[in-house]
Design a protein around this ligand. Structure first.
Ligand SMILES: [Zn+2]
Length: 162
């Protein structure tokens, strides 16, 4: 597998292994998440479920990184070449790159903006799950941003109840 073989939103499959780009410093992901490479732990030993057609196909994901690109890799029996994928992110410190506001993992600050279209930089980023070939790719991209925002900011309804 060569880095040049990888596209930014599709799986590359080679001899029982699937590869995809977690973060590319030269390219903003379709969901506009940018990972801080200095704080990304390539040895994070967590179970990261990978879903394909709503079936969990593995929980063992490895990471490879160089100065520009972080890649995920998992073993797989299916040829998933060129299938699109979406990464769901867990809670972490982050910065809204459009407002330049920095939020801590346990922040209780108000949202700086809607964040939906803003590029967001993740520090000590952790992947929650990877969805392969979602039925509605654009909706899934939007949903993963919404989920991330909801993890960090209580909704208006929550605030009223509190
Ligand atoms: Zn903002």
């Amino acid at each position: 597998m060569k880095i040049q073989d990888l596209s930014n939103s599709n799986i590359y499959y080679d001899q029982g292994k699937c590869f995809g780009i977690v973060s590319n410093l030269n390219y903003l992901s379709p969901s506009k998440f940018l990972v801080d490479h200095n704080t990304f732990n390539v040895k994070q030993s967590r179970f990261i479920p990978v879903y394909y057609h709503e079936n969990k196909i593995t929980s063992t994901v490895k990471f490879i990184a160089n100065s520009e690109v972080i890649i995920f890799q998992f073993n797989c029996d299916y040829d998933l070449n060129n299938k699109s994928f979406v990464i769901n992110w867990n809670k972490s410190d982050f910065k809204c790159l459009s407002c330049k506001s920095h939020f801590n993992i346990n922040n209780n600050l108000d949202q700086c903006c809607s964040l939906i279209d803003a590029p967001v930089q993740l520090f000590d980023a952790k992947i929650e799950s990877i969805i392969i070939a979602p039925e509605d790719y654009l909706e899934e991209i939007r949903q993963c941003k919404i989920n991330f925002i909801n993890l960090h900011f209580s909704s208006i309804i929550d605030t009223i109840i509190l």
